[in-house]
Structure formats: structure tokens, C-alpha cells
Design a protein around this ligand. Structure first.
Ligand SMILES: [Zn+2]
Length: 130
């Protein structure tokens, strides 16, 4: 699952959380205060989700914040999953750099640094084509 999928889950969770909060608010009394509290926590989760989307490098930090908020905000399971996804998600730039080709290579015979595309080693004449 991608980060975008996680954020979509997060937004669905926030929508459900706010819906529940509004429903609780109309019941009134202590329920109303609780509803306002849930709505407030979910609003902070929403801010976290936006921050996460705009700055994927801080996904881990916001993932933890969302995780904690989703628990104290009436156990919002969608936000909880979104938070876990954000925590485990790695920016795609980091994995792309690992697979990048090296700009030079070493001659297996004489050990000198060679151009990437040479067919013969210019120092010892070794055939580098396989
Ligand atoms: Zn060589």
C-alpha cells in the first residue's frame, strides 16, 4: 500500500471520526463535550495528514503523532492504520538511489578505475565484455 493510499484511509477515518463527533454533539450534555473533543483531535489528525502529504521526509514523525492522536481520539481505526503506514513508509527517492548504476568500475585484472562503457581495459588490455 502506498502513502497516498494511507492518506486516503486517514481522510476516510477523519471523516468518520468527525461524523461520529457531530452525532455525539447533537445528543448533548457530556456527550457534546466528548464530541467536541473528538472533533478537535480529528482536526489535528487532519493537519498531520496534510503535513505528511506536503513533506514526505517527515512521514515518520507525523506517523507517530497521528498514531497517538488516533488512540486518544476515540480509537479511530482508519487514522491508526494511516499512522502506521506513514511510520513504515520510506520516501521513494531513498530506494531509487540504491538501484542507481555506478559511474565507473574497476578492472578485474589490474584494478584500475575504468570508464563505465569501455570494452577493453586501456591499461592492461583485458577484454571486459562478457
Ligand atoms: Zn586492466
Amino acid at each position: 500500500m502506498s502513502l497516498v493510499g494511507g492518506i486516503l484511509g486517514l481522510l476516510a477515518g477523519i471523516a468518520l471520526g468527525l461524523l461520529g463527533a457531530v452525532a455525539t454533539f447533537f445528543v448533548g450534555g457530556i456527550g457534546g463535550i466528548f464530541g467536541a473533543y473528538i472533533a478537535g483531535v480529528n482536526a489535528i489528525i487532519l493537519v498531520g495528514a496534510i503535513m505528511l502529504y506536503q513533506n514526505p521526509n517527515s512521514a515518520h514523525t507525523w506517523g507517530i503523532i497521528i498514531l497517538i492522536l488516533s488512540i486518544i481520539g476515540g480509537l479511530n481505526i482508519f487514522a491508526l492504520i494511516g499512522g502506521i503506514l506513514a511510520m513504515t513508509w520510506k520516501p521513494s527517492g531513498a530506494s531509487a538511489a540504491v538501484g542507481a548504476q555506478p559511474i565507473s568500475r574497476i578492472c578485474p585484472q589490474c584494478g584500475r578505475v575504468l570508464e563505465k562503457d569501455v570494452k577493453f581495459c586501456p591499461y592492461c588490455g583485458k577484454n571486459l565484455e562478457k
